[in-house]
Design a protein around this ligand. Structure first.
Ligand SMILES: Cc1cc2nc3c(=O)[nH]c(=O)nc-3n(C[C@H](O)[C@H](O)[C@H](O)COP(=O)(O)O)c2cc1C
Ligand code: SF4
Length: 344
């Protein structure tokens, strides 16, 4: 992106934070908005962008108010706008509010929405770094990514590199939610196991019943049974068990959860949020919901489950983006690890 030739480049902060059980972006924006603005400004100066946008979900009115105040303060102090602190360089940031669509968190749908269009996913290539917002080179990253930049500059890359495991370096903002006694945000180096997080911080379930399934990584994340709770929380270890860390959201369910019902919900969520651009996701998610409704009603269960697996294969390999591509994660993990719920 730095080398891309263009008269105008953009920096975009993805503050849509749509994953279930996640709130790290919100806490950062409400508690330390200047770190985000600083990170975006450093990124803008590094890649040669003069305009930044924060795309914030509409459900965060406090964050919107606080960010807007912070932007005004920075402009007044010469940290945003023209000729930043007499450097001869320009960079400004505008706040834009989304309209409640999950798929608008996907980076290309977000750019469409930011352009004032319907939030539909774009095919890649071209990558946003070369042709992004209004067709111009665009750096688009999450809130926590930009907020890490000032720390890395202040302490040096080696200090950041020293934290974590394998290729997952630095820290992970874990958000513990769902049926737990003590939910909250925990920032730790990558590598703690899921069981260590649950045992150390959750304080058991809010219902007092045993934990049964834990969904990690938002609505497209896998349901993990206790046998997988010793997996370290890092990108590679999660990929190896067919799961994803996503934005670090952990949602706990107790032993009253019905995983077949949760699998149906995952398909219905995909049907509701699908941007409609590609057939496997647009139509497959509706057919998948119907199949799971038949399974829940006890109709031809084994034939319907075989059909469900075929459909998941099509979604995995035929979807244009991870919305359709990852919906099989919660569905198949529920089916593979909790088969008894599908035959009840
Ligand atoms: C359906 C879908 C929804 C997404 N929602 C979000 C979101 O709410 N926030 C976010 O930061 N990234 C979201 N992403 C990921 C973005 O496409 C993109 O990877 C991210 O902005 C890159 O930022 P990072 O590399 O700094 O994490 C979503 C992806 C998909 C496929
Ligand atoms: S997978 Fe779904 S959300 Fe993604 S492009 Fe296809 S229809 Fe749109």
């Amino acid at each position: 992106m730095q080398g891309a030739q263009a008269a105008q480049k953009y920096v975009v902060c993805n503050a849509d934070e749509g994953d279930s059980g996640t709130f790290a972006d919100r806490l950062l924006m409400e508690g330390d908005p200047l770190t985000l603005l600083e990170g975006m400004t450093i990124a803008g100066l590094a890649v040669g962008a003069t305009q930044g946008y924060i795309y914030l979900r509409s459900e965060y009115p406090n964050a919107a108010r606080i960010l807007q105040q912070a932007i005004v303060l920075c402009r007044e102090a010469g940290y945003l706008g023209r000729n930043l602190r007499d450097s001869g360089r320009d960079f400004d940031i505008e706040l834009r509010i989304g309209a409640g669509s999950y798929v608008c968190g996907e980076e290309t749908a977000l750019l469409e929405s930011l352009e004032g269009k319907r939030g539909q996913v774009r095919a890649k290539p071209p990558l946003p770094a070369l042709q992004g917002l209004f067709g111009q080179p665009t750096l688009i990253q999450n809130v926590l990514t930009f907020a890490a930049v000032p720390q890395i500059i202040a302490q040096g890359a080696a200090a950041y590199q020293a934290l974590g495991v394998a290729r997952s370096r630095g820290t992970l903002a874990i958000q513990l939610a769902g049926n737990v006694r003590c939910g909250g945000l925990i920032e730790v180096p990558f590598g703690l196991t899921l069981r260590q997080v649950l045992d150390t911080y959750a304080g058991g379930t809010a219902s007092g019943r045993p934990m049964r399934a834990v969904q990690v990584g938002g609505p497209l994340g896998a349901y993990l049974p206790e046998a997988q709770w010793d997996t370290p929380l890092d990108y590679e270890a999660f990929a190896a068990i067919g799961a994803a860390l996503g934005h670090g959201g952990i949602v706990v369910h107790d032993d009253s959860a019905n995983l077949a019902e949760l699998a149906r919900y995952a398909m219905a969520f995909c049907a509701h949020e699908s941007c409609g651009k590609c057939t496997p996701c647009r139509i497959g998610s509706t057919r998948g919901t119907e199949i799971l409704e038949r399974v829940l009603a006890g109709e031809n269960v084994s034939a319907n489950l075989a059909l469900l697996r075929e459909l998941c294969d099509v979604l995995t390999h035929g979807s244009l983006c991870a919305m359709g591509g990852m919906t099989p994660y919660p569905v198949l993990s529920a089916l593979n690890h909790f088969p008894q719920d599908f035959n009840a």
